[in-house]
Write a protein that binds this ligand. Structure first.
Ligand SMILES: [Ca+2]
Ligand SMILES: [Ca+2]
Length: 537
């Protein structure tokens, strides 16, 4: 049943793939659904990033608030970089299909583009220019998608691919990708570093593929081995291939392992996680010295992993059966132990994980029936320190998904704007709670609403927030914009941390009689959202 949503999502522009028609739901929606949907939305605001004219999906976000993704329309596709309210088309290497696949902190974007002649090439986009790195092929397969996690991929036939070997970039601008070997069906992993493309070769078989790269320049992927049916996991380190071995055989009698492991992620330590695709999937970790099976969390039979961070935390979803209809258990794994994340399960709604950041904040989604219709919808979730928040969508009754999360917990993804279509890229921005002082130094905070003067409000720094990073053009207080005066750093509360005093035209404030609190809001120069409130009289 959950598969039907994927088909519906893409039915409008994927007719060439001969999708099966959606099937009616086998069960109706019952009253207990309403209780399950009453979840707190958390400290997030949703931002509509728009579209380049097609169905638009954000797939990566960095800590500067830059977001990349792909817009698909009319048999073509465009890649974008969104920053501070502007969605920029990255252009093309000459063809009509372009897709962004990765983004680093410097705002460099990697992806694939066709040429005028129809070839597929890897690109590195920086400073407004798209550089051709060489021939490329996108490989992929599916593990778990919950029926709603996957954007349409113009470079892979079929909508259910969840893990891809496609161009990946690290913070230094090194790029790993997979290239076809001319005149054969084989592929080789490639590394672009220091302006030079290097063929990383294989472990002796015909083909290899690159899936991910870390800041140490290590590339993780797969390689065929002469005389073996299943590929081995491989770690290339400074040009040397390390054979991490084959993925261990299935854990349960009767499990089917089809020989297609998927490299899901690697951290800065060179630890690699792999999902072994079978009739359902489970996770294997290269811990730096050996391959270990993670097993499954309590109550689950499989574990579908999505990310590993530098702390060694792994995020994933355990499922009770070899079926997507099984009970779901979203989890964090660390040091050999599963920590189950809070979930809201009903017979018709399941929670699952889609991404994780460096500090173990997890993005995910809840699959649930779209009330009054026959398809499932997705509702974005964030788990943070034992809390579970259900985020909003672009319009009542729409479906949305968070696909990527940055260090401060901002989530990028997509949302329908009308049923099944009109998909826009979306940002769920974490609102940082800050301290403010209305009329700094004056504890009474009396505002004479009829004054034609100005009201000063101090934005205070803390150990975790630097007030001097506030972008004045975005700052408002009680709905009024900050005036173009003051704003230099000064320590108004004497704690040694520089604060910033903004000024507002008092007559412009929205402060009805009886108001006892007013809030200052804004964005930092890195696009982080902050909000702080103080009493007023
Ligand atoms: Ca005050
Ligand atoms: Ca201070």
């Amino acid at each position: 049943m959950r598969r039907s949503l994927v088909f519906l999502l893409f039915a409008g522009f994927a007719c060439r793939d001969a999708m099966p028609p959606p099937s009616p739901a086998p069960h109706s929606v019952t009253a207990d659904m309403t209780a399950a949907t009453a979840a707190p939305e958390g400290p997030y605001e949703i931002v509509d990033l728009g579209s380049l004219g097609g169905e638009t999906f954000a797939t990566a976000i960095n800590n500067r608030g830059q977001i990349t993704g792909t817009s698909v329309a009319g048999g073509g596709s465009h890649a974008f970089l969104w920053e501070r309210g502007v969605m920029q088309d990255l252009g093309t290497l000459g063809g009509s299909l372009v897709k962004a696949t990765g983004l680093n902190e410097a705002g460099q974007v990697v992806g694939v583009s066709t040429t005028a002649g129809g070839d597929t090439r890897a690109f590195l986009w920086m400073g407004g220019a798209m550089q051709d790195l060489g021939a490329a092929r996108v490989l992929g397969n599916y593990a778990f998608d919950g029926g709603c996690a996957t954007p349409f991929d113009p470079f892979l036939v079929g909508p259910t691919v969840t893990h891809r070997a496609e161009p990946a970039i690290n913070s230094h601008g090194d790029v790993a990708w997979t290239a076809p070997v001319a005149g054969t069906s084989a592929t080789h992993a490639f590394l672009w570093s220091g302006g030079v493309a290097q063929d990383l070769g294989t472990l002796g078989g015909a083909s290899s593929s690159a899936w991910t790269i870390n800041d140490a320049g290590q590339v993780a992927g797969l390689s065929e081995v002469a005389g073996e049916a299943s590929p081995h996991v491989v770690l290339w380190d400074r040009g040397t291939a390390h054979d991490l071995g084959a993925v261990p055989p299935p854990r349960f009698p009767g499990d089917v392992f089809d020989g297609s492991p998927l490299v899901v992620g690697m951290n800065a330590l060179g630890q690699v996680i792999v999902t072994a695709r079978r009739n359902s999937s489970r996770a294997v970790l290269w811990d730096g010295s050996q391959m270990v099976s993670l097993g499954a969390p309590p109550g689950a039979r499989t574990s579908d992993v999505v990310a590993i961070n530098d702390a060694g935390q792994i995020a994933g979803t355990g499922i009770s059966e070899e079926s997507y209809d099984g009970v779901h258990h979203p989890f964090l794994w660390a040091n050999g132990a599963f920590q189950l994340l809070p979930e809201v399960s009903t017979p018709y709604a399941r929670d699952a994980v889609s991404a994780m950041n460096a500090s173990g904040v997890v993005a995910g989604f809840r699959v649930a029936p779209l009330v009054g219709d026959y398809a499932n919808g997705c509702h974005p979730l964030v788990w943070d320190g034992g809390l579970r928040w259900e985020l909003g969508t672009l319009g009542v009754g729409q479906s949305a998904l968070g696909a990527a999360i940055n260090a401060r917990g901002d989530v990028a993804g997509w949302s329908w704007t009308r049923r099944f279509f009109g998909t826009h890229a979306a940002l769920w921005r974490r609102i940082i709670a800050v301290a403010v002082d209305v009329k700094p130094g004056d504890p009474d905070n009396v505002i004479n609403r009829h004054s034609n003067g100005t009201t000063p409000v101090a934005l205070l720094s803390s150990a975790t927030f630097d007030a001097t990073t506030a972008d004045r053009s975005t700052v408002t207080f009680a709905g009024a914009p900050a005036l173009d005066q003051g704003g230099g750093p000064e320590d108004v509360n004497g704690d040694g941390l520089p604060d910033v005093v903004f000024h507002f035209a008092t007559e412009a404030l929205t402060l009805p009689e009886g108001t006892t609190e007013a809030c200052l809001r804004g964005l930092t120069t890195d696009g982080a959202s902050f909000k702080g409130c103080d009493s007023v009289r």
